[in-house]
Design a protein. Sequence first.
Length: 311
Amino acid sequence: MKGNFTIFAGTANPQLAAGVARSLGVQLGACTVERFPDGEISVRIKEPVRGREVFILQPTSPPVNDHLVELLAFADACRRASAAQLTAVVPYFGYARSDKRENRREPIMASLVAGLMQTVGVNHVVTIDLHASQIEGFFHIPVDSLTTAPLLAQALTQRLPDKLAVVSPDAGRVRMATEYGRRLGAPLVVLHKRRESGTETEVTHLVGDVRDRACLIVDDMISTGGTIVESVEALRTAGARKEIIVVATHGLLLTGARDKLTRAGVSEICVTDTVAVSEPDWPQLRIVSVAPLLAAALRRFLADRSLSDLC
Ligand code: R5P
């Protein structure tokens, strides 16, 4: 492994960055981030990066725009200070859901974000369970999207009820849910979801059989919790047992999500720490760290080794 590298942590998830650095046996790079009263951000890199391979760890989680600008500021500072290689490690990629135009006269925000990262000199992006794999096409630099399915399926495997169905809450998650089904030996059920707005969804169809089965709903993110609540209702109406477990990579868990999921009677929610956890004292919430996964990926970049079993 090359030794000539530095990892900087933005303010979005310093605990995760510390976990990655610990796994690699290094200290995080010295830097400060300040927010001025008018909302502007000031980033200072406090050690030389000339000729070094730099990793900037910053999920663009809420507040998305602040965390994104901070990441861009880090990258700009490192490029101007002559870093040799700049990798943005973005465990949660904000704006990923805006990957196409639903209507005319709309932006494609994921493409805009890709353009911004490349403009400031990022030349490699590492992310986790990217919402839609075609987002990679917005970049002309390498993008590695790591998968958490092996990690999370392994974490769940001892605790799952018998006679389980794995549920994809919409068409976009079929591939991910199929992978969980394969790993857990459970049949797949697919829901068709119509999104009415950013906070409202409706399940219109259910494909598969959930009668007398416990369900594991698989999603890439829980934001408001609306998708999960609608899915739970549809599964119960179709005769599912009361044990419903949810596994999702990115636990954004915005205000109100906890109440919704609790009212829906979800038995367990398993997420990773790609996004800093906002609800640490929630008994039904289980958090699995992606620090070892990211550290394994970084080790391979630094040794020019293949990543294929992590993606
Ligand atoms: C949608 O396509 C995503 O995969 C998630 O299902 C969705 O973004 C979750 O958001 P919410 O929790 O607000 O329904």
